[in-house]
Write a protein that binds this ligand. Structure first.
Ligand SMILES: Nc1nc2c(c(=O)[nH]1)N[C@H]1C(S)=C(S)[C@@H](COP(=O)(O)OP(=O)(O)OC[C@H]3O[C@@H](n4cnc5c(=O)[nH]c(N)nc54)[C@H](O)[C@@H]3O)O[C@H]1N2
Ligand SMILES: Nc1nc2c(c(=O)[nH]1)N[C@H]1C(S)=C(S)[C@@H](COP(=O)(O)OP(=O)(O)OC[C@H]3O[C@@H](n4cnc5c(=O)[nH]c(N)nc54)[C@H](O)[C@@H]3O)O[C@H]1N2
Ligand code: SF4
Ligand SMILES: [Mo]
Length: 715
């Protein structure tokens, strides 16, 4: 264990009688915050931020602080169970780990032999750091089908980053950007991926200019120099409008454009289709504001874009990402200190090797669901969820017989939840690994009790692109819970693919660390490692793309038959694309803003966190509310052509009266029947997953902008 001394910690131990304080890294979200875990009689008594951690500098969010309430929750599943009644009957019996894993192994072997490995779909949830191993399991087993949120979250940033400049450009807060453009992101609440709110706030406090692109007046928007309140789903048009200003006013970095970009002329031609007056009509943002923001961003150095998932859950997903990268690139902020850096990882095995992607044969890879339709996604081993539901329900292009979800709750988090339900109900066999019997787990055949971050050794943040790898340490054991890594390593031996795995999972940790010449036992004595930090690497080596240039014009997309240049597509449901529907459903609905205490469908049962936020909330402008007869705090009905749900109205002046914003992933663990109210307030009952509404290359489901009506429950 790392040696450390903090005078206040020593004092606290003395005064409160803690037995030990252990350093580790939280993972109640995508993870990364350094923590000090205080123990008394072997139990976690308190969790505090580690002031020495370069990621959070001692700060923590409510989820981190409440982690022990999750770990010790009385409803937690602490041993494997097998369902003994019909699906969703809530009838379970306790079984041993051996019995559980043997049963799953038997089904895997039988399904693979009778139908082919591709009819087994593995799945994992966002950022639970099960990613690498679930892929390793799937790839070594021979199935190309791994179902994640990767089609509409983070995956698109990585995929388009690789196409455009070789990696994902990450904001360099350490060198304090002088201008930050927050685009479709609420960083101070969501602390997503590589980012935590603390370094962002420090840069603001040092005087960085702030531009916010968000349909809602968030706390960040309220602090901005310029707030662009765009119509939801029109980000591509807005970015093209800003590029128009930057190009026509010659505010771009000439050296970068001349020497380092591919496709400048055709790109400018495309941008010319989006002058600010046209963009104003599309986005509802006044042209003067577009100009003001473009000028501020392009003339303040260094500048960075703090981008979020809102731009990815749209039909324009891949192009939105590419356009924001174009803004970073042509203003000279790529790989610049205080700009957007292509950080290098330390010398560890990369996620591709850990995920054993080379083990999957070409013939099996060609069977990836949706592979022909969504070629960008498929090239990054990502699938669109509807392809899985269709393969179960319609057996097309082949039947999927088995699902195995390790850390995901798709009934709450995937679009068109009623279709998801039908698929989970029909599938022949489903295994789930989770902390609780969630609405998804209630439909499973076997549920495995997973370990929380306090109960595992792992290489934290090893997938992310900020260049850090962190030693997460096992501190407690709860019941029979096991880490997913340990569980998958064990299962791999039971299905005959053990040769690609290790005797115990510690071997997997050693495998990743091997290029650094150290073992897990040695690594866990350190605080963290970081890759070498270097700027402007492209000046010597070019970018890691097919042309070695920053590709404004994507040669790969062209090869795959897509438009190589980014453009704006009107959202599939909108006042303009579906005017008749708009008459019946006259409001634009945004779904899924983040809440501080919850992580998607998680934590509704954690007392400190539920206290922060008791009920699902839909935000609405007071004028709109008055028009439809809604009072503040009322339970109201939100309805789309797919269905209706209830949430409580909250009045927000800082919303366009034509837009409402609902929360996602709500279920009610306090309802003890096996449905746990999954359909009551679950906004994904309303979202659409039709293929035509998805991003044509990435398969991102358009869940951010749809049409709805909203009215009091009593109507
Ligand atoms: N309408 C709408 N829908 C959305 C979104 C939105 O904005 N709007 N956002 C989408 C996005 S960006 C994402 S990433 C997805 C997220 O989708 P999911 O990742 O499916 O999200 P969760 O609901 O958090 O499901 C995770 C489950 O895993 C369990 N769990 C947590 N940690 C572990 C672990 O270490 N091991 C195991 N075995 N289980 C664990 C939790 O208890 C929980 O039940 O949701 C998407 N859905
Ligand atoms: N506490 C907490 N933290 C989380 C999560 C969580 O569930 N809870 N989830 C994690 C995950 S998986 C993810 S992906 C990240 C996401 O983190 P963020 O990217 O911060 O996601 P959101 O808060 O959903 O959306 C950000 C902002 O986008 C705005 N927005 C909505 N529609 C549009 C649009 O069309 N265009 C633009 N420009 N903006 C729009 C919303 O109003 C919102 O303020 O958060 C991660 N962190
Ligand atoms: S931001 Fe994430 S890693 Fe940091 S304390 Fe909160 S949940 Fe933990
Ligand atoms: Mo996400």
């Amino acid at each position: 264990m790392a040696e450390f001394t903090y005078s206040n910690v020593e004092k606290e131990m003395e005064v409160y009688g803690f037995d030990a304080v252990v350093k580790s890294y939280c993972r109640m979200c995508h993870g990364g915050c350094g923590v000090l875990v205080y123990l008394k009689d072997g139990r976690v008594e308190k969790i505090a931020g580690d002031p020495e951690c370069p990621i959070n500098h001692g700060t923590l969010c409510p989820k981190g602080i409440a982690s022990a309430q999750l770990a010790y929750h009385p409803d937690r599943l602490t041993h494997p169970v097998r369902r003994v009644g019909p699906k969703a009957s809530g009838q379970w019996e306790r079984i041993s780990w051996d019995e559980a894993l043997d049963t799953i192994a038997e089904r895997i072997n039988q399904t693979r032999d009778e139908c082919g490995a591709e009819s087994i779909v593995m799945g994992y949830g966002t950022g639970r750091e099960t990613d690498g191993l679930v892929y390793r399991f799937a790839n070594t087993l021979g199935t190309p089908n791994v179902l994640t949120a990767g089609h509409f979250c983070y995956g698109p940033r990585i995929a388009t980053g690789i196409l455009t400049c070789g990696s994902n450009p990450v904001v360099d807060y350490e060198n304090h950007p002088q201008c930050i453009m927050v685009w479709g992101n609420n960083i101070v609440i969501s602390n997503p991926d590589e980012y935590k709110g603390e370094p962002f706030s420090v840069s603001l406090n040092r005087g960085a200019k702030l531009i916010t692109v968000d349909p809602r007046l968030t706390r960040v928007a309220a602090r901005s120099d310029v707030w662009l309140q765009l119509r939801p789903g029109t980000d591509a048009a807005l970015a093209l409008g800003m590029l128009h200003v930057i190009i026509h006013e010659e505010l771009y970095d000439e050296d970068f454009v001349e020497n380092h970009v591919h496709g400048w002329d055709p790109f400018v031609k495309r941008v010319n289709e989006y002058p600010p007056d046209r963009v104003e009509q599309i986005t509802w943002v006044p042209r003067e504001k577009i100009r003001e923001a473009a000028r501020l961003f392009a003339t303040t150095k260094p500048a960075a874009i703090q981008w979020g998932v809102a731009i990815e859950q749209q039909i324009n997903c891949a192009d939105n990402n590419r356009l924001l990268m174009a803004l970073m690139g042509i203003t000279g902020n790529i790989d610049a200190p205080g700009g957007q850096v292509l950080f290098r990882p330390p010398k560890v095995r990369n996620i591709g090797e850990f995920g054993a992607h080379k083990q999957l044969s070409k013939a099996q890879a060609a069977k990836r669901l949706g592979g022909e339709r969504f070629r960008l996604a498929s090239n990054f081993a990502v699938i669109n969820p509807k392809c899985v539901w269709d393969a179960i329900l319609e057996e097309k292009p082949y039947p999927v017989k088995m699902l195995f979800f390790v850390s995901s709750n798709p009934l709450m988090t995937r679009a068109n939840a009623r279709e998801v339900y039908r698929a989970l109900e029909k599938v022949e066999f489903m295994a789930v690994s989770d902390f609780f019997l969630t609405p998804t787990a209630e439909l499973a055949d076997i549920v495995l009790p997973a370990a929380t971050w306090l109960e595992m050794d792992y290489l934290g943040n090893f997938l992310l692109r900020h260049g850090y790898v962190l030693p997460r340490r096992k501190i407690i054991q709860v019941g029979e819970c096991r880490s997913d890594h340990d569980m998958l390593n064990d299962l791999a031996h039971r299905v005959g693919i053990g040769e690609h795995w290790w005797n115990s999972f510690e071997g997997g940790l050693d495998y990743v660390l091997e290029p650094m010449g150290i073992t897990w036992q040695e690594f866990q004595k350190t605080d963290h490692v970081r890759g070498e930090v270097a700027y402007y690497k492209y000046k010597d080596k070019g970018f890691s793309t097919p042309t070695r240039k920053f590709e404004l014009y994507s040669t790969k997309l062209e090869e795959w038959g897509y438009d190589p240049l980014p453009r704006h597509r009107e959202p599939p449901e909108s006042p303009y694309s579906t005017p008749e529907l708009f008459e019946e459903y006259p409001y634009i609905l945004i779904t899924g803003r983040r809440m501080a205490g919850f992580f998607h469908s998680e934590n509704r049962q954690v007392p400190w966190l539920r206290e922060l936020h008791r009920d699902p909330v839909v935000e609405i402008h007071p004028d709109t509310a008055q028009k439809v007869g809604i009072r503040e705090g009322d339970w109201v009905v939100i309805e789309s052509p797919r269905g209706k749900v209830r949430q409580r109205a909250k009045f927000i002046e800082g919303m366009d009266p034509r837009v409402v914003s609902a929360e996602h992933a709500w279920w009610f663990p306090e309802q003890k029947d096996p449905a746990h109210g999954w359909a009551e307030s679950n906004i994904n009952v309303l979202t659409d997953n039709a293929y035509e509404s998805c991003d044509p290359a990435m398969g991102a489901t358009n869940i951010r902008t749809l049409l709805c009506r909203i009215y009091p429950e009593s109507r």
